[in-house]
Design a protein around this ligand. Structure first.
Ligand code: NAD
Ligand code: DAU
Length: 368
């Protein structure tokens, strides 16, 4: 049976990969992508699939209660996969306000619209066939020492404005399950990497700077550890949770790929040297590594125990770190025009070109 899913933030890094995965499943999913197109949203990343049957794009804000309610009325969603967020820790330190608004108030807006449509106004039992997946992060658990893993029962201990706003949204999502019986599922995932990631995040930033022979900034001593997961493995895990997960549960997702930042940057340098050639000076890219001032409150180590999703839902990552990094560098080299448009800002013209500057509700017309 065909399902109708509201994907929020479908023009961001993970959202683009997820929308592509759904559309690749042909007619199983009718997909409405609601995205505000902030600096992190890139509509051009979906240009080649925008005419897929059953796909609709809506430019709009998840905090806009009227718009979200109108979309629920119009499309009668039975599934929500909620990615939309402000996602970059450094930006949350420089200016937390938008993180509080989008990540907390935006999540509340979506949860409440689902409650109204599925429980309050829906026929009895309607909510049983619906699913609301809230996509969250391992950063809600805080920072680990040298040993141990985050499990689903690890105490929340967020330490940046970003992670605190995500923790708050997780609590709201859980509250809507317990209080109203909304069929909510939560996923807490580790660091993703792969195609279409905005080059402010470590891996694409290093690739972009490395390509242009610029300094490669490593925060602090480079000893902070992240647990890396290839983005398509994450998307498949999300789909598995939507289709088979138990409402009210949360699932940790991770790649068992713990790496120190300095190791990641070094490996990227080596792959770039091999795939793109040495620097014009003849030097290897490792010569560009520069230690810079540390991020305030920088969490030292993240590591996920993904045993629950493996045992209950049979998910495990398919792509090794080495394969994933090779594929990722190759993708950015092959898609230099995508990267250049993001760097020079011209990607933001795409919506205007496609929709002629009409407002968000009119904007839906293009792909209907
Ligand atoms: P991203 O920053 O690349 O994309 C966010 C998207 O949300 C953009 O398309 C943006 O335009 C949209 N958006 C922002 N504010 C909006 C609003 N008010 N209304 C509508 N759309 C809005 O983020 P990402 O890296 O793709 O992350 C997606 C989700 O996954 C986030 O919730 C993030 O917390 C979570 N997550 C990310 C990672 C990671 O490593 N990137 C890991 C774990 C969890
Ligand atoms: O763990 C999941 C989280 O991973 C997600 O919830 C976030 O949305 C996502 O942005 C990511 O957060 P991080 O802060 O871990 O990602 P980032 O790419 O910003 O940084 C990765 C590590 O690299 C971190 O320890 C900081 C460091 N770093 C980052 C940048 C941008 C550097 O050393 N130099 C840099 O220039």
């Amino acid at each position: 049976m065909q399902r109708t899913v509201l994907v929020t933030g479908g023009c961001g890094f993970i959202g683009v990969n997820f929308v592509r995965l759904l559309l690749g499943g042909r007619d199983r999913w009718r997909v409405v992508n609601l995205d505000k197109l902030t600096y992190a949203g890139n509509l051009a990343s979906l240009a080649d699939v925008a005419d897929s049957p059953g796909y609709h794009f809506v430019k709009g804000d998840i905090c806009d209660q009227d718009l979200v309610g109108a979309l629920f009325d119009r499309y009668r969603f039975d599934t929500v996969v909620h990615f939309a967020a402000e996602s970059h820790v450094d930006r949350s330190i420089a200016g937390p306000a938008e993180f509080i608004r989008t990540n907390i108030f935006g999540t509340y807006t979506l949860l409440d619209a689902a409650r109204k449509h599925w429980i309050e106004a829906g026929p009895p039992g309607r909510a049983d066939s619906c699913r609301f997946l809230h996509v969250s992060t391992d950063e809600v658990f805080g920072s680990l020492g040298d040993t141990g893993y985050f499990t689903e029962s690890t105490r929340y201990d967020p330490r940046s404005p970003y992670s605190a706003s995500k923790a708050s949204s997780d609590h709201l999502a859980r509250a809507y399950y317990h209080t109203y019986g909304l069929p909510v599922l939560i996923t807490n995932c580790s660091n993703n990497y792969g195609p279409y990631q905005f080059p402010e995040k470590l891996i694409p930033l290093i690739i972009n700077n490395g390509l242009h022979g610029r300094d490669l900034p490593v925060y602090g001593d480079g000893g902070n550890v992240r647990d890396w997961l290839y983005v398509l493995d994450h998307c498949e895990a999300i789909l598995r949770v939507v289709e088979q997960g138990r409402p009210g549960e949360s699932y940790n997702i991770g790649g068992r790929n713990e790496k120190k930042n300095l190791e990641v940057v070094g490996l990227l340098c080596d792959i770039l040297d091999r795939q793109a050639g040495l620097l014009p000076s003849g030097l290897p890219r490792r010569s560009l590594i520069t230690f810079v001032r540390d991020r305030p409150g920088h969490d030292r180590r993240y590591a996920i125990d993904a045993g629950k999703i493996a045992e209950e839902l049979g998910w495990s990552p398919k792509v090794t770190f080495e394969q994933g990094m090779e594929q990722t560098v190759d993708w950015y080299l092959t898609n230099r025009a995508w990267l250049a448009a993001v760097i020079d800002g011209s990607y933001q013209e795409y919506y205007r070109r496609m929709y002629g500057g009409r407002d968000e509700l009119q904007g839906q017309g293009k792909q209907q």
